[in-house]
Design a protein around this ligand. Structure first.
Ligand SMILES: CC(C)[C@H](C(=O)O)[C@@H](O)C(=O)O
Ligand code: SF4
Length: 745
């Protein structure tokens, strides 16, 4: 009998193109979603090396982070020049490389993680990546979906594969019944508060149990979306009839006989009864209440009926320090009842909670508050649908009217104030109730203060002008929501307004030339690094803190040192430099960073974090643990992330604080400094990564040595899962050849 397997094991096994002796696997990628922030440099890389996109039929593009939400003009009308340049780069790249694209004026445009499922691009059993950390969202379909950095985006565009190390298996089982007024966002935040923001490091989380089985697809997406905030690479939920019902007739889902075949396969995608998980967590649903965050990490969760915690009560010293810092940033005093905290802004939207069910939940609170319900005086409340189709659906149901009547702004689709890369930013010192996923320092705007919560809680907060228990607002039967007519498949594909059809073409596979691994174009290698190390004592240093959003709006890879730790180095209001270790001698020449706090580089997949450190001169980071995507991004840039236990990191930080010079020797895998000579600290790096760094290999060329195996895998894939090939949008606009047709449908 074969070894019992988890769902993750099964998907992984089905996608291994070839296994390396060093424990890494070359994994085939079925679906690649792309957006404008993390791709310009990847396309430039392809162009420079003369490489094509291998599978345009498996790639789908949209614009979301930089788009205005006040209007829907052409790309050329985007006011901010950097935002415009990123969107224009996307317009150009999709055209040049022949990729299906939902541009700014397309009726299907939206946040990449809303668009993929909406179109049936996301399916069970597949591997899905995107240069975005919340790619974990797509795991709700029983897919293995994870975020990657820009170099890996380029790798996938060129090879349709990634060299990956398999993660551990973690299962979180939620049984029982969710109490009334408690929803999937409360559940997601509750989970993170229990396992912590680094609780899922190195793992893929499978969500299981009766509560998960009872959730809608949209609720499951919200939960998988937040997996990254628990430090895990991905979340996954076994597909079932709820999944299949959601997908049936979506524009890119298989049809007819192929649908039947797909469903039969999808039904096998579940963990075997006695499969072993490396980590198991059980949660009782009845323990969960409506929650909000009080601090600057998504793990800082408290019931809305509770009070701001006192850091002195935290036994873990690092946690205590982090809490003290968070309370200063959030301008909160321990013991303050959460429901007494007044607000300036409310943001309802994002890839966590910008779907139709989220907007219905928020609108139901407004309806329940009565005909003269109104946003509290002095509060600015925005509703930003996750996609243009969600917006259209909400308008068909009259939700926009409910919001507008009460004084909410009804906007166009995009990421908006979740990250503030467009005009929608939280002003310094302002406090926002937000349905997004990150309450990091400066996340919604430099100096802004974010409280995370569910859509119903955010709507209730908008009406009261303070954090509020949404259970106060109950719909009477006469106020119950009107009958809901979902958009038809035709509307989802927008075939009436736009003459695109979905066609199954035999996939055009574009092969890059096979080359032996050569030194990377940059010529960078890593062997021995000597120099000053700077200590850092913050837990969960997120990549927003390493480099804030305004520095992601570039289309180049260079000149990013200016953005490094920008909000720690500069006063939020005046922009003037403040004391910061990296601006103080001798640390202004640091080549190594030693973090005593775990989970360094958590959060966003922005490779800009690695680029900015490197541009500053830092090529090695030592920490007790790393965010998975950040760690990979370091390797891609010939930088060395070294994981050591907390005690060793603390002791190295002491040496760093004493200004002692360090030597990091990758060949020997050891760190020497001061009087450690003779008894160096040992570390381990897997042999593949080590070789790449020592020799400065071009990873894409290394992968293309397996060109034959990749082609074999693709042939087998066409036989086993034909629905994964060649499903794409084909423009049938008359008189336009595929070369010169507009991709901005
Ligand atoms: C811009 C992108 C890299 C980023 C992410 O990876 O998450 C963004 O979506 C975010 O939410 O911070
Ligand atoms: S987390 Fe926010 S910024 Fe990132 S993809 Fe989702 S909505 Fe966009």
């Amino acid at each position: 009998m074969s070894h019992p397997q988890t769902l993750y094991d099964k998907i992984w096994k089905d996608h291994v193109v070839t296994s390396q002796e060093n424990g890494l696997d070359l994994v085939y990628i079925d679906r690649h979603l792309i957006h404008e922030v993390c791709t310009p440099q990847a396309f430039d890389g392809l162009r420079a090396a003369g490489r094509p996109v291998r599978r345009p039929d498996c790639t789908l593009a949209t614009v979301d982070h930089n788009v205005p939400t006040a209007h829907r003009g052409k790309t050329a009308l985007i006011v901010d020049p950097e935002s415009r340049a990123q969107c224009e780069a996307m317009d150009r790249n999709v055209r040049e490389f022949g990729i299906s694209y939902f541009g700014l004026q397309d009726a299907r445009q939206g946040i990449v993680h809303v668009v993929g499922p909406e179109q049936g691009f996301t399916l069970p059993g597949l591997t899905c990546v995107c240069g975005d950390s919340h790619t974990s969202t797509h795991g709700a379909f029983g897919a293995l979906a994870f975020g990657i950095g820009t170099s890996e985006v380029e790798h996938v565009l060129a090879t349709q594969t990634l060299m990956q190390k398999k993660s551990k298996n973690m299962r979180i089982t939620i049984d029982g019944t969710l109490p009334e007024g408690v929803n999937s966002k409360d559940l997601a935040l509750h989970i993170i508060s229990i396992i912590g923001a680094s609780g899922g490091n190195g793992c893929v989380i499978e969500y299981a149990g009766s509560v998960i089985r009872g959730l809608s697809m949209e609720a499951r997406m919200s939960i998988c979306n937040m997996s990254i905030e628990a430090g895990s690479r991905s979340g996954v939920i076994a597909p079932d009839d709820i999944t299949f019902d959601y997908l049936r007739n979506r524009p890119l889902a298989p049809r007819g006989e192929e649908w039947e075949r797909a469903v039969a396969y999808w039904r096998t995608l579940k963990s075997d009864e006695d499969a072993k998980f490396d980590v198991e967590v059980s949660i009782s649903a009845s323990d969960i209440v409506p929650v909000v965050t009080w601090g600057t990490s998504p793990q800082d969760v408290v019931p809305i009926t509770g009070t701001v915690p006192d850091p002195a009560t935290f036994s873990d010293p690092d946690r205590r320090k982090a809490a003290e810092r968070a309370l200063i940033y959030m301008d909160l005093v321990p013991g303050t009842p959460m429901a007494n905290i007044r607000l300036d802004n409310v943001f309802i939207g994002s890839c966590t909670n910008g779907r139709i069910e989220d907007l219905r939940a928020a609108a139901n609170i407004v309806r329940a508050a009565g005909a003269d319900a109104a946003v509290a005086a002095g509060v600015r409340a925005m509703v930003v649908p996750g996609s243009s189709l969600v917006k259209r659906q909400a308008e068909a149901e009259g939700l926009d009217a409910v919001f507008r009547r009460a004084g909410f702004e009804w906007r166009e689709a995009g990421c908006s104030m979740c990250v503030g890369m467009n005009e929608d930013q939280l002003a310094p010192g302002k406090r926002c109730a937000s349905t997004s996923n990150r309450n990091f320092e400066g996340r919604q705007g430099a100096g802004g203060r974010t409280h995370l919560m569910s859509p119903s809680m955010a709507a209730a907060a908008a009406l009261r002008g303070a954090l509020t228990d949404a259970r106060q607002f109950r719909l009477s039967s006469s106020q119950a929501a009107v009958a809901i007519e979902p958009l038809t498949p035709e509307q989802l594909g927008v075939t009436l307004a736009l003459s695109n059809v979905i066609s199954r073409t035999s996939p055009a596979i574009h092969q890059p030339t096979t080359r032996a691994p050569t030194s990377s174009a940059s010529g960078k290698v890593f062997s021995v690094l000597k120099g000053i190390a700077a200590p850092m004592y913050i837990e969960n240093v997120d990549t927003d803190l390493i480099i804030p959003k305004q520095f992601l709006k570039t289309i180049s890879r260079t000149g990013m040192a200016r953005g490094l730790f920008y909000n720690l180095r500069n006063d939020v209001n005046s922009g003037a430099a403040v004391d910061f270790i990296l601006d103080t001698a001798p640390y202004d020449k640091a080549v190594i960073l030693v973090s005593t706090g775990k989970n360094f580089g958590c959060g966003s997949s922005r490779e800009h974090a690695a680029w900015s450190l490197e541009d500053f001169g830092i090529r090695c980071i030592v920490a007790p643990s790393f965010g998975d995507i950040f760690r990979n991004n370091c390797f891609q840039n010939c930088m060395l992330p070294i994981e050591l236990d907390v005690e060793t990191c603390r002791s190295l930080a002491q040496d760093a604080a004493a200004g002692i010079e360090f030597t990091v020797d990758l060949e020997r895998q050891e760190i020497n400094c001061g009087d450690r000579e003779g008894s160096p600290i040992q570390f381990t790096i897997d042999s593949f990564r080590r070789n790449c760094l020592l020799n400065g290999y071009d990873n894409i060329a290394a992968t293309m040595q397996h060109a034959e195996s990749i082609a074999d895998f693709e042939r087998q894939r066409t036989t086993n899962w034909p629905w994964l090939d060649g499903v794409g949008y084909t423009s049938q606009k008359e008189g336009k050849s595929s070369e010169n047709r507009s991709m901005d449908w």
